[in-house]
Write a protein that binds this ligand. Structure first.
Ligand SMILES: [Zn+2]
Ligand SMILES: [Zn+2]
Length: 83
């Protein structure tokens, strides 16, 4: 997938490292490799944190906001915000 990924707040670009950990099972993985879904327990993470110690801003943003140029119709298929 050739989507560009960067923080919507500070434009930090993840480099494919396992910066994130699952809220449910604590697995550490690259959240963008699976579109926010934990590869172990399947939990969907709708918000993704920007990694401050890796150069980011520590802010939380909706996962889909991280994808640059994501087609609008694709977003409608992938996400249903109920809150
Ligand atoms: Zn998990
Ligand atoms: Zn950021």
């Amino acid at each position: 997938m050739e989507l560009e990924v960067q923080c919507p707040k500070c434009n930090w670009e993840p480099d494919g490292e396992a910066y994130w950990s699952c809220h449910a099972c604590s697995l550490e993985w690259d959240v963008f490799s699976t579109g926010g879904r934990c590869p172990r327990c399947g939990l969907e993470h709708q918000y993704t944190e920007c990694i401050g110690w890796a150069g980011g801003c520590d802010e939380l943003s909706p996962h889909l906001d991280w994808y640059n140029g994501l087609d609008a119709s694709l977003q409608e298929i992938n996400i249903e915000r109920t809150n």
